[in-house]
Design a protein. Structure first.
Length: 146
């Protein structure tokens, strides 16, 4: 039997409430907890994992004008895998058909020119780093099967 470290991320307290009119981009290295954080903080939002080729195909085929009704306010995980999603989210946000969305992905998201241009002045960017000491101090260990 192994141990799993249960941790409370400081960033969870800082991220905006989904009632605010915001676009949120959470970036960070692999395995830092971006997906877990987004799923916990925004459990009431639709969750779309763009790591799935099928989900990418569906999202790519949604017309920008119908994004608000087809997708709506959502967490779009691994957004860098479907770069067109940034333009569609921007369009829906500007048109008012969505008011809140979370896009997660690797730190390379910020290197995509399309992202910088389409979300400029609209998105709040948060970078998730590996655990900080204060997070480690507040962690609890639980038993689990490895």
């Amino acid at each position: 039997m192994g141990e799993t470290l249960q941790k409370k991320r400081v960033l969870k307290k800082i991220l905006p409430d989904p009632l605010a009119r915001r676009l949120v981009v959470i970036t960070g290295a692999r395995q830092t907890g971006k997906t877990t954080l987004a799923k916990e903080k925004y459990a009431n939002l639709k969750y779309i994992n763009l790591d799935s080729p099928e989900n990418r195909e569906v999202v790519n085929n949604i017309h920008s004008a119908s994004w608000g009704t087809s997708v709506g306010n959502a967490v779009l995980d691994e957004a860098q895998k479907a770069p067109v999603v940034f333009e569609k989210v921007k369009y829906a946000f500007d048109e008012g058909s969505i008011s809140f969305s979370v896009l997660t992905g690797s730190s390379q998201i910020l290197l995509l020119k399309k992202v910088r241009e389409s979300l400029a002045g609209r998105a709040f960017f948060y970078e998730l780093w590996p655990l900080m000491q204060c997070e480690m101090n507040n962690s609890t260990k639980t038993n689990s099967v490895p």
